[in-house]
Write a protein of this length. Structure first.
Length: 578
C-alpha cells in the first residue's frame, strides 16, 4: 500500500512516477519539471494527471478548463502534484446529421487511448478526468478502468434550459423544429428565433440524453463524488466539487483504492439500474459493456436490458418526461434517486466508491424530499419497468434496443422502406416521401459499416416534428441520440456490413415490432432469406485510410460495446503496477 512517511513525504517506491523522478539517472527528466516551475518537494510528490476534454467545439466543453484548474487546486491542497493535459472531444450536437457523426463513436476510443498514452508516457500515479459530452464521459472512465490507478471522474455539468415564449427549451426543440418547418408547422422566422434562445451558455445538452445519462452512471458506478453530476456547468459552485475531486483522488492514492476495486459486477448492475430508472439514453447499453470490457467483466446489451426490465422508471426527465436536467439537481440529484432505489432493494449498497466509503454509507443521511416532483419514490413509479428495452428476433439475432420512457406507441407492424444510409432517409422524410404505417430501415450505419455507428437524431426529430412519430417506426444498425423520441430501434445486430438480416431486407417486407414483448421479426421465409444472402456482398465504404478506417478494421459488435481491443482479457500487466 502507498503510504506517507511520518514527515509527510511520500513513499514512491511502487508508484509509476518513480520512473521519471527518482534517482541520479532521472536528472534529465527532473530538469524538465524544474523548467515548468516545480520545486524539489513537488517533484517528490505523486503526480496526478488532470485530464480535461476542453475545447471550443461546443458549449459542452467550454467550462471544463475552469473546472480542471479547480481539480488541480484540490490535488495541491491534499499534498500531491497535478499535471494537466487535454484530450479531444467530438460533440454530437455539431457532428449530427452529416459525415462528421462518423467521428463520434470513434472519438470514445481515441479519448480512452490518448488518456492512456499520456498517463503511461509520463508515469502519472493517479487520474482525475473532467468531461462534458456524450463520448468523452465513457471514454474517460474507460481509461480509468484500463489503467487501474486511483481515479476520480467529474462531469462538467449540463447546460441551463433556454426560455422561448414562456417555456423551457433545449437543443432537442430545435432539431424537432426542423421537422415542424418541413411540415409547414413552423415558420422560418420562428425556427431562427428558437435557435437563438435554446442554448444559453456552457454545458452539455439539458435533458436525460447521453451526456447526463453517463453522468448519472459515474455516480451510480462509484467513480464520481456524490452530487457532483447535479449542478449545471454555468454554476461556479461546481468548482467546489472539482476541488473536492482533486482532494479525493489523493486519499484514494493513500488508501490504494483503484477503479477495479470500485467497478465490480454489482457496480455495473447499479449503473444499469440508474440508466433505466432515469429514462436514460440507449447509448448506455453501448457504453456500459465497453467500460466493463476494460476490467474483465462480461456485461452485454442483454444484461443492461434485463436489469431495465425489472427496474422502475422514476425520474420525470426530458425527453420522455417533463423536466430539464437542471431540475434533477434541484430535486436532490443522484443521492436522492439512489436512496429510494436502495431502500426499495433495486441497487447494491455495499459497493465501494471514490469517497472510500460504500454506497450505503454515502446515502445514510439522505432524507427523502416530498416537495419535489422530478424523482418519484421507487414504490410509486412513472412506470413499473425501466426506460430502455431490448428486442430480439429474426431481424436482430444479436439484439436491438429502444428507449420506451414516455412512449405509448410500442407495437407496430408494417412494410419496410429501406435506405442505405441516413442521408437518403432524411431526404425522404424531409420531402414527406413515406407513408403512415411504414417501417423506415436505415442500414450500413453500424460500427463497421458506417463506419462509426452514427446517431440519427436529425431524422427522428424531423419525424417527430412532423407529428406522425406514432404512425411509423424506424430501425437501424446505427445509434440514436438520447434526445430521440418515438418507436426508434437501434443497435440492430448483426449489422448490415457483416451480413446480418438487416442487410437482406427489401422494400415491402413486413416487419413486426413488439417492444413490450421484446420481439423484432422480419416476416420473410427463411429460404428466401438464404437466397438473398447468396447474392449479398458487403459494401465498400468511403473510408480507406485514416482513423475511421482503423476503427472499422478492429471494432466489435454493438451488443458487446463496439470495442476495439481485447480489454482486460488480453492484459499482461496493468499500468498501475509497472
Amino acid at each position: 500500500m502507498t503510504i506517507r512517511k511520518p514527515d509527510g513525504t511520500w513513499d514512491k517506491s511502487k508508484l509509476p512516477s518513480r520512473h521519471v523522478t527518482e534517482g541520479p539517472a532521472r536528472a534529465p527528466h527532473r530538469s524538465y519539471y524544474y523548467a515548468m516551475g516545480l520545486g524539489s518537494r513537488e517533484i517528490a510528490q505523486p503526480f496526478v494527471g488532470v485530464a480535461s476534454c476542453w475545447n471550443e467545439a461546443a458549449p459542452c466543453n467550454t467550462a471544463l478548463m475552469r473546472q480542471a484548474h479547480a481539480v488541480s487546486a484540490g490535488v495541491k491542497q491534499a499534498g500531491a502534484t497535478p499535471r494537466e493535459f487535454c484530450t479531444i472531444t467530438v460533440t454530437d450536437g455539431v457532428a449530427m446529421g452529416h459525415e462528421g457523426m462518423r467521428s463520434s463513436l470513434v472519438s470514445r476510443e481515441v479519448i480512452a487511448d490518448s488518456v492512456e498514452l499520456t498517463m503511461r508516457g509520463h508515469g502519472y500515479d493517479a487520474l482525475v478526468g473532467v468531461a462534458g459530452c456524450d463520448k468523452s464521459l465513457p471514454g474517460m472512465m474507460m481509461a480509468m478502468l484500463r489503467l487501474n490507478i486511483p481515479s476520480v471522474f467529474i462531469y462538467g455539468g449540463s447546460i441551463l434550459p433556454g426560455r422561448w415564449r414562456g417555456r423551457d427549451v433545449t437543443v432537442q426543440d430545435i432539431f424537432e423544429g426542423v421537422g415542424k418547418f418541413s411540415a409547414g408547422q413552423m415558420s422560418l422566422e420562428d425556427l431562427c428565433d428558437l435557435e437563438q434562445h435554446a442554448c444559453p451558455g456552457d454545458g452539455a445538452c439539458g435533458g436525460q440524453y447521453t451526456a447526463n445519462t453517463m453522468a448519472c452512471v459515474s455516480e451510480a458506478i462509484g467513480l464520481a463524488l456524490p452530487l457532483s453530476a447535479a449542478l449545471p456547468a454555468a454554476y461556479e459552485s461546481r468548482d467546489q466539487y472539482a476541488r473536492a475531486s482533486g482532494e479525493a483522488v489523493v486519499r484514494l492514492l493513500e488508501q490504494n483504492i483503484r477503479p477495479r476495486d470500485i467497478c465490480t459486477r454489482e457496480a455495473f448492475e447499479n449503473a444499469a439500474v440508474v440508466v433505466a430508472a432515469t429514462g436514460g439514453s440507449t447509448n448506455g447499453a453501448l457504453h456500459l459493456p465497453a467500460m466493463a470490457h476494460e476490467c474483465g467483466i462480461e456485461f452485454s446489451l442483454r444484461d443492461v436490458v434485463e436489469i431495465a426490465r425489472r427496474t422502475p422508471y422514476i425520474a420525470d426527465l426530458m425527453p420522455g418526461g417533463r423536466f430539464p436536467a437542471k431540475a434533477m439537481g434541484e430535486a436532490g440529484g443522484m443521492p436522492m434517486l439512489l436512496k429510494t432505489l436502495l431502500d426499495a432493494g433495486f441497487i447494491h449498497g455495499d459497493v465501494m466508491t471514490v469517497t472510500g466509503k460504500t454506497m450505503r454509507e454515502n446515502l445514510k443521511d439522505v432524507v427523502w424530499r416530498g416537495d419535489q416532483e422530478v424523482i418519484r419514490p421507487a414504490n410509486n413509479p412513472l412506470s413499473p419497468t425501466g426506460g430502455v428495452v431490448g428486442l430480439w428476433g429474426s431481424l436482430a439475432p444479436d439484439g436491438a434496443v429502444v428507449k420506451v420512457a414516455g412512449l405509448q406507441h410500442r407495437v407496430h407492424r408494417g412494410p419496410a422502406r429501406v435506405f442505405d444510409g441516413e442521408e437518403a432517409c432524411f431526404a425522404a422524410v424531409e420531402a414527406r416521401d413515406y407513408k403512415e404505417g411504414d417501417v423506415l430501415v436505415i442500414r450500413y450505419e453500424g460500427p463497421r459499416g458506417g463506419p462509426g455507428m452514427r446517431e440519427m437524431l436529425s431524422t427522428t426529430a424531423a419525424i417527430y416534428g412532423q407529428g406522425i412519430s406514432d404512425k411509423v417506426a424506424l430501425i437501424t444498425d446505427g445509434r440514436f441520440s438520447g434526445a430521440t423520441r418515438g418507436l426508434c430501434i437501434g443497435h440492430v445486430g448483426p449489422e448490415a456490413q457483416v451480413g446480418g438480416p438487416i442487410a437482406l431486407v427489401k422494400d415491402g417486407d413486413i416487419i413486426s415490432i413488439d417492444a413490450d414483448a421484446g420481439v423484432i421479426d422480419l416476416e420473410v421465409d427463411p429460404i428466401e432469406l438464404e437466397n438473398r444472402k447468396r447474392h449479398w456482398k458487403p459494401r465498400q465504404t468511403d473510408y480507406g485510410s485514416g482513423a475511421i478506417w482503423k476503427f472499422a478494421q478492429g471494432v466489435g459488435p454493438a451488443h458487446l460495446g463496439a470495442v476495439t481491443h481485447p480489454g482486460m482479457a488480453g492484459e499482461r500487466k496493468v499500468y498501475a503496477d509497472i
